[in-house]
Design a protein around this ligand. Structure first.
Ligand code: HEM
Length: 516
C-alpha cells in the first residue's frame, strides 16, 4: 500500500514494530519470553501466548459458513459468551483486556485478537502468518458453537465443517493449536487432577513437552507413543477428543507432520491465516499487510508564529543500524524549493520472532524539531539512503501541513491536575487550503466497548485572523470537566468532503500553557 493511510499504517505498526526501539507500543512484550503470563506469574504452567491463540480460535469457532454469521468478531469479549461451558477457563477474561488495549478507531478489537495470535505464534517459534486487518466488532454475543472435548468425532467433524474446514483441516488445525498450552485442572477437573507441582502451580497438563514453543512435537510425540496430551491419554476416554480427531484418518496427517516440521509449519501458517480471516458475511478485510520498506512514523507538526516545527522518525525495514549508512531527508516546499537534512540514527527494532530487523532514524535537526519557514511549508518528503533514492516508486511521501495546532493555544483556568480546565485551542489553517470543516477528534468507547471517533467542529472564523506567515488561526474554546478533563484531541479536516491525513500529536487543554 501507499503511505499514508490511517488504517493500514496503524495496523502495520502493531503488526511489525514489535521489540526494541518503540516497543512501548507493541504487543510482543507480552509474549517475550514466551513463558510470560500477565496474570498468574512464573511457573503457573500457563502463558499469554497460549491464551491468545485459544482466544482467537474460540472467537472464530462460532462461525456458520452457510449463514455467514459468527467468526472472528471479538464477541468472546462479552461475559455472556465467556460464561458458556464451551469457553471454560480464565483464558478469555485474561486475553481480552490486554489485547483490546491496542484497539483504536482504525484497529478493531477483533483485529487485536487476530494480531495477538499472529504475534504469539511468530514470536514463539512459529511460521510467519499472512495478516489482514479490517475485522468488525460484534455488538452482541454470537450463537454458541465451540467444540468441547466430550463430544464425539462426528460432532467435531460437523462443527469444523460449519466453521469452513474439512476433516483433514480439522486434524491439522487442532494439531497446530495444541502445540501450545494444555488443559488446566481448575477449568477441567474431570480431565486433569491437581498436581501440587511448584513448577506447574495451576496444574496444567500440557499437550506436548514444548508447550510455549511452536514445533511438531505435538505430532512426533503422538506418533511415537510418548505423548502426554491429556486429550489423547486422559483417564476418561470420553474426553479424549485429540485422540479421536488425530486418529480419524488412520493417523495419516499426524504421521506426515511428525515426519516433516516444514510441512507442519507451512500447513499451520495457511490454516491459522484462514482461521483468523474467518469473519461474518459482509466484512471486507484489507489486503495482506506487508511491511513498508520505508515508513515515516510518529510525525508531529506544530505552528509557532512564523515557523512549522516538524519532527518524527523514519523506519527502514530489513536493515541494521550500521554507522556507515548515510540517511538524508529531502523535502519539497510549496513554492518549488527542495531542502536537505542528514538524519541521525534512533534505534533498532526486531519483528516476527527476530526474523526481521528495522533501523530507525530521527527526523530531527541538532536534536530538536526541524524549523520550517511556515510561509513555504512542506509538501512532500523523500529519503536518500547510501546514495539510493527512496520515494515510494516516484510518489514521494506526501505531507499535509494545511491544518496544525498552534503554540498560541492556552489555558485561562485550571491548575495542572485540577479541573475544570478552561482554555482555547488555536488551529493554524494554511491560506488557500479552504477546508470545508476543521474539527477536533477524540476516541470514545461506545456502549459495547468499541473505540469510535467523536468529532467537535472548530468554528470557522467570521474574519480569518491572518498570522502573516501563510496561515490563519481558527479557535475553539473548551471548558473541560469530569471525565472529559484530560481528554486528548487530534486535529481533523475535510476539503470538499475528503478527510485529510494530518500529522500531529494529540493535545489536551490541560497541558497547554497559561494565556498571557
Ligand atoms: C475439537 C476441537 C478442540 C477441542 C475439543 C479443544 C479442547 C481444548 C481444551 C479442553 C483445552 C484446555 C483449556 C484450559 O484448560 O483452559 C484447550 C486448550 C487450548 N486449545 Fe484447544 N481444542 C480444540 C481445538 C483447538 C484449535 C483449533 C486451536 C487453535 C488453532 C486450539 C488451541 C488451544 C490452545 C492454544 C490451548 C491452550 C490454552 C492454554 O494453555 O491456556 N484448540 N483446548
Amino acid at each position: 500500500y501507499v503511505w499514508p493511510s490511517p488504517q493500514l499504517d496503524a495496523l502495520e505498526s502493531v503488526r511489525f514494530d514489535q521489540l526494541g526501539h518503540n516497543e512501548g507500543i507493541g504487543m510482543a512484550g507480552f509474549v517475550d519470553p514466551c513463558t510470560t503470563d500477565a496474570f498468574e506469574g512464573p511457573g503457573s504452567g500457563r502463558s499469554n501466548a497460549a491464551d491468545w491463540i485459544r482466544n482467537a480460535y474460540h472467537d472464530m469457532a462460532t462461525h456458520n459458513i452457510m449463514a455467514g454469521t459468527g467468526g472472528l468478531d471479538a464477541s468472546i469479549r462479552f461475559a455472556e459468551e465467556q460464561a458458556r461451558a464451551e469457553n471454560a477457563g480464565t483464558g478469555f477474561a485474561n486475553s481480552a483486556p490486554i489485547l483490546s488495549g491496542f484497539a483504536t478507531p482504525y484497529i478493531s478489537i477483533a483485529d487485536t485478537f487476530a494480531l495477538g495470535a499472529v504475534i504469539a505464534i511468530e514470536n514463539c517459534g512459529g511460521p510467519e502468518i499472512a495478516f489482514r486487518g479490517g475485522r468488525v466488532d460484534a455488538g452482541e454475543p454470537n450463537a454458541p458453537g465451540v467444540p468441547q472435548p466430550q463430544q464425539d468425532l462426528q460432532t467435531h467433524i460437523d462443527a469444523f465443517a460449519r466453521q469452513g474446514f474439512t476433516q483433514t483441516e480439522m486434524i491439522s488445525l487442532v494439531a497446530c493449536g495444541h502445540t501450545f498450552g494444555g488443559v488446566q485442572h481448575a477449568a477441567f477437573p474431570n480431565i486433569v487432577p491437581e498436581f501440587n507441582d511448584p513448577n506447574d502451580t495451576l496444574s496444567v497438563a500440557h499437550f506436548d513437552s514444548t508447550f510455549v514453543h511452536f514445533d511438531n512435537n505435538i505430532a512426533m510425540e503422538y506418533i511415537s507413543g510418548t505423548t502426554k496430551d491429556p486429550l489423547v491419554v486422559g483417564m476418561n476416554d470420553t474426553t479424549n477428543s485429540d485422540k479421536r480427531i488425530f486418529g480419524s484418518d488412520g493417523n495419516a496427517t499426524m504421521a506426515s507432520f511428525a515426519k516433516s516440521p516444514e510441512l507442519y509449519a507451512s500447513t499451520c501458517a495457511t490454516l491459522f491465516a484462514r482461521m483468523l480471516d474467518t469473519v461474518p458475511k459482509g466484512v471486507a478485510l484489507t489486503e495482506v499487510i506487508t511491511p513498508l520498506p520505508v515508513k515515516p512514523s510518529i510525525l508531529t507538526m506544530l505552528f509557532n508564529i512564523g515557523t512549522v516545527q516538524f519532527s518524527g522518525e523514519v523506519r527502514f525495514w530489513d536493515r541494521t543500524l550500521d554507522e556507515t549508512h548515510t540517511v538524508n531527508l529531502l523535502w519539497d516546499d510549496h513554492i518549488g524549493g527542495t531542502h536537505n537534512l542528514s538524519l541521525p540514527p534512533a534505534g533498532m527494532s526486531t519483528s516476527n520472532g527476530g526474523r526481521h530487523s528495522a533501523a530507525w532514524y530521527s527526523i530531527l535537526d541538532n536534536g530538536g524539531p526541524l524549523l520550517l519557514d511556515a510561509a513555504v511549508g512542506i509538501k512532500s518528503m523523500r529519503f536518500v539512503v547510501d546514495g539510493k533514492l527512496e520515494d515510494q516508486g516516484g510518489i514521494g511521501f506526501p505531507i499535509q501541513d494545511g491544518v496544525l495546532y498552534s503554540t498560541s493555544s492556552c489555558i485561562t483556568a485550571g491548575m495542572q491536575f485540577f479541573p475544570p480546565f478552561v482554555g482555547r485551542f488555536d488551529v493554524a489553517v494554511r491560506d488557500g487550503l479552504n477546508p470545508t470543516r476543521v474539527f477536533l477528534e477524540r476516541v470514545e468507547m461506545d456502549d459495547v466497548g468499541r473505540p469510535i471517533l467523536v468529532q467537535t467542529d472548530v468554528p470557522r472564523p467570521d474574519q480569518p485572523m491572518s498570522t502573516g506567515a501563510g496561515y490563519s488561526i481558527w479557535s475553539i474554546n473548551l471548558n473541560q470537566t469530569g471525565h472529559d478533563s484530560f481528554a486528548e484531541y487530534t486535529l481533523g479536516a475535510e476539503v470538499n468532503g475528503e478527510k485529510l491525513v494530518l500529522f500531529g500529536a494529540p493535545q489536551s487543554i490541560s497541558q497547554v500553557p497559561r494565556c498571557p
